[in-house]
Design a protein around this ligand. Structure first.
Ligand SMILES: CC(C)(COP(=O)(O)OP(=O)(O)OC[C@H]1O[C@@H](n2cnc3c(N)ncnc32)[C@H](O)[C@@H]1OP(=O)(O)O)[C@@H](O)C(=O)NCCC(=O)NCCS
Length: 336
């Protein structure tokens, strides 16, 4: 087997990787939301000053033009310096021939060479097969152990206005004194520092099982890069924030919305600062964000999200808002 670095500028090669990805991720889950080619190219080609990545493609001897699997390794550069995150996808037509094992091995070699000692990965599984599924067996055979599980939930869209009004009224009973503001494809300079600080704490405070994360350094530069990546993916980024009376960001929620006519919106983070919890700010920002997205994108039919199953506060809000479990995202770790 031949494993080589991928030239990100090679359109035909990148399209092959995307095809492998679609086939691998749709196997057994035909309705799963997966990245479009524009999503894939935008995400992979957009620089992030907080991360560096390696992208590798695998080919079989005798068929040098066909990619049968690929993998990516992400190295955090500003924090969590002992960690690396990796992901491998193999074309189902070429499964069980050692392609996945070889790719993981090469990514692990690079991670160790870069001084990383904690390797992280995850995979989507049916909830009733999370102990036994082949992808888990694949990872366990390579020395990975289960570290956490997030439940993936979908909610149907559009939500009736009456429901949005009821949730907003429920939130307003406790969330008085905060200004809720929706930002579309922008972060005003005066909010960048406190929004970045809040977003950086998400991985610290959200339940992440056996892995502890340091605060992520979300500089204003990285927030700009995040907006640029979203533009490159052809998506609109809706960020609703709740501002405390002193003007700092007390809560945030992000929805990433495709603009190519596809009908799934992606919920990214929702986070309320430790000092501002218990005031329904999570429900306030999620409701306002969804209202803004629905008004601009009536074509949307569902929204997807995922949370640790121990995150009862977030799950209570999501269940209220119509989200229902569809599968799990199982997370794994390995000490290198
Ligand atoms: C998981 C995945 C990468 C495996 O790729 P692969 O090239 O088929 O894996 P390998 O041939 O190297 O498998 C090595 C061993 O893992 C186990 N394994 C892999 N896939 C399995 C499956 N579907 N069912 C049962 N066992 C499986 C087997 O023990 C296998 O050895 P064997 O074939 O001799 O029995 C691939 O199925 C995939 O792309 N899945 C979707 C993405 C994903 O979940 N990636 C894993 C997280 S990085």
């Amino acid at each position: 087997m031949e494993i080589r670095p991928v030239d990100l500028a090679d359109d035909a090669l990148m399209a092959q990787l995307h095809g492998v990805s679609e086939r691998a991720l749709r196997l057994g889950r035909p309705d799963a939301p997966v990245w479009s080619l524009a999503d894939f190219l935008g995400a992979m080609r957009s620089p992030d000053s907080g991360e560096r990545s390696y992208l590798l493609a695998a080919r079989l001897p005798g068929d040098p033009d066909r990619v049968v699997g690929w993998g990516v390794l992400y190295l955090f550069l500003l924090d969590n310096l002992e960690k690396a995150y990796l992901e491998v996808q193999v074309d189902p037509a070429h499964a069980r021939r050692g392609v996945g094992t070889a790719l993981v091995g090469e990514l692990e070699r690079l991670a160790v060479e870069e001084g990383r000692t904690l390797l992280l990965t995850d995979t989507k599984l049916p909830a009733d097969e999370q102990e036994s599924h082949g992808y888990r067996r694949f990872l366990e055979r390579l020395g990975y152990s289960f570290s956490n599980v997030e439940v993936v939930r979908h909610a149907p869209l559009p939500v009736p206005d009456a429901d949005l009004d009821a949730w907003a009224a429920q939130a307003a009973r406790k969330a008085g004194g905060y200004e809720v503001r929706t930002l579309v494809n922008e972060v005003p300079p005066e909010l960048a520092a406190s929004l970045g600080e809040l977003m950086g704490l998400l991985a610290v405070d959200a339940p992440t099982g056996a892995v502890d994360f340091e605060a992520e350094t979300m500089t204003p530069e990285r927030l700009d890069e995040r907006l640029a990546a979203s533009r490159a993916m052809g998506r609109d980024l809706y960020e609703t924030v709740a501002l405390a009376p002193d003007g700092t960001v007390a809560a945030q929620s992000t929805l990433s919305v495709p603009t190519d006519g596809t009908t799934t919106a992606w919920q990214w983070g929702t986070f309320v600062h430790r000092e501002h919890r218990g005031r329904s700010l999570g429900l306030a920002v999620k409701t306002a964000n969804l209202r803004a997205v629905q008004a601009d994108h009536p074509e949307l039919r569902r929204v997807t999200t995922q949370n640790a199953e121990t995150n009862e506060w977030m799950i209570a809000i999501n269940e209220l808002m119509g989200f229902r479990p569809v599968e799990v995202s199982a997370e794994f770790l390995k000490h290198a």
